[in-house]
Ligand binder design. Structure first.
Ligand code: GLN
Length: 271
């Protein structure tokens, strides 16, 4: 029931948002998917466009709704672009292409429900955190899996390159299940499809997209046990302190005046 309410809320928020100025699929690099022109353009910080790399299959943080990109991250990115007097461009690419897009300068920043990890910190700089994510386990309603301990001999579906993928593939001594027990999919939707067709026994994914996927796919449930809790932040190219300062300044403002909370509340119902 909880999940159903989330979907209703997302739909309602989507309606409100469609009337407001937000990232539009039209005005963004819709050709990014085929890796053409947009991907070759090197964006510089003095351009009048701020390019956000994301993977828009991660509701309610980022998703495609008709012609538009919507979600919490899109709104935060828009606020940052507004504060800088720039136009926001959304570069919608695979999750595991996002950090390379930042390191090569094809995108200025990433907002992708991206978890801060020590390994990623070696390649990009992260802003202050703006949200918390929890890795949860989705199983079919009639599954006998009740928590992480039951996953040892099962096949687990994850999204390629995500923290869920990294944790689950780790060795049992490190809290994982071993690579042989993990199948990585390009995005959450295809992992969920694999779960529904019995190719995997469980999916490990962030809690908010998990709620959205379960709401859309009857016969699935989210287990109560939380696997890992983590922080989301915005990534920029290493050493781009000018942009990072601007981002942190805007985040601080959005936090202080309640805008960040109201953006989150639009998409996520309080438990
Ligand atoms: N929070 C997870 C990560 O950073 C998943 C993010 C995503 O799939 N967009 O790896």
């Amino acid at each position: 029931m909880k999940a159903k309410k989330i979907v209703a809320l997302v739909a309602a928020a989507a309606m409100v948002l469609s009337m407001a100025a937000c990232g539009s699929a039209d005005s963004s690099s819709s050709d990014a998917k085929d890796g053409s022109a947009a991907a070759e353009t090197t964006k510089s910080s003095d351009s009048d466009t701020l390019v956000m790399a994301t993977n828009a299959t991660f509701p309610p943080y980022e998703y495609v709704d008709g012609e538009d990109y919507k979600g919490i991250d899109i709104e935060i990115a828009q606020a940052i672009a507004d504060a800088m007097g720039k136009k926001l461009e959304v570069d919608d690419i695979d999750f595991d292409s996002i950090i390379p897009a930042i390191t090569t300068g094809k995108a200025d920043m990433s907002l992708a429900g991206m978890t801060v990890t020590d390994e990623r910190k070696q390649n990009v700089d992260f802003s202050d955190t703006y949200a918390t994510g929890v890795q949860v386990i989705i199983v079919p309603e009639d599954s006998d899996i009740t928590g992480p301990d039951d996953l040892a001999d099962k096949m687990i579906g994850v999204q390629q390159g995500t923290t869920g993928h990294i944790y689950c593939s780790d060795t049992p001594e490190n809290g994982g299940f071993g690579e042989d027990h993990v199948t990585a999919y390009p995005n959450g939707a295809s992992a969920i499809q694999a779960l529904q067709t019995g190719k995997v026994d469980a999916v490990v994914i962030d809690n908010e997209p998990a709620k959205a996927f379960v709401a859309e796919n009857p016969g699935l449930k989210i287990l109560d046990t939380e696997y890992v809790t983590e922080d989301y932040a915005i990534a920029v190219k290493k050493g781009n302190t000018e942009l990072l300062d601007q981002i942190n300044e805007t985040l601080a403002k959005l936090k202080a005046d309640g805008t960040l909370q109201s953006i989150i509340d639009k998409y996520i119902k309080a438990e």
